[in-house]
Design a protein around this ligand. Sequence first.
Ligand SMILES: Cc1cc2nc3c(=O)[nH]c(=O)nc-3n(C[C@H](O)[C@H](O)[C@H](O)COP(=O)(O)O)c2cc1C
Length: 172
Amino acid sequence: MSTFDEIIKIRRSIREYSDKEVDDEDILKILKAGMQAPGSRLGAEPWEFVVVKNKDTLKKLGEIKPRVTNAPVAIVLVGNIERSFYKLVWQQDMSAAAENMLLEAVNLGLGALWNGVAPEEERMKQIAEIIGIDDITTLKPFCIITVGYPADGWENKFMDKFDEKRIHYEKY
Ligand SMILES: Cc1cc2nc3c(=O)[nH]c(=O)nc-3n(C[C@H](O)[C@H](O)[C@H](O)COP(=O)(O)O)c2cc1C
């Protein structure tokens, strides 16, 4: 386990993975991290998760989001609008969960990638159909987090993204 300071600094988008399988226990830890995120209303978090390991399904998802094809596991984050209280901010709730999941993956020595899905309706519909959702009025695919052990040439490592010019004190 790394320290939080290391994890947050070294997290990178890992887009290619080795063939090594990811333990179910680790997948569960990543899901738990997602559900530990802040939400716009306690008890009304919209997040639900579809864990995909089936190669045919990964391939189908990969036709829409190419990086999914060769990932050992993909987690589709689905926003359930019925569950949410502040319905307009469901994407913000989902984002908080997604970032937590990326960081937990790093913590476990894995690599992960946020594959964007929402807000493009067509893409959301295509992903929904593949994972067995026939209507995106209530259940909205938000993003797909792919997870795996980084392939050769890919690693979580520090890249300095700090930019002092973005900081404003007291007034813009
Ligand atoms: C909303 C969102 C959507 C993203 N969608 C994709 C995507 O579809 N494909 C991809 O390769 N990376 C995607 N990324 C990852 C970004 O490209 C990546 O975070 C960015 O280039 C910075 O690199 P880093 O994650 O290594 O710091 C997405 C990230 C976010 C936050």
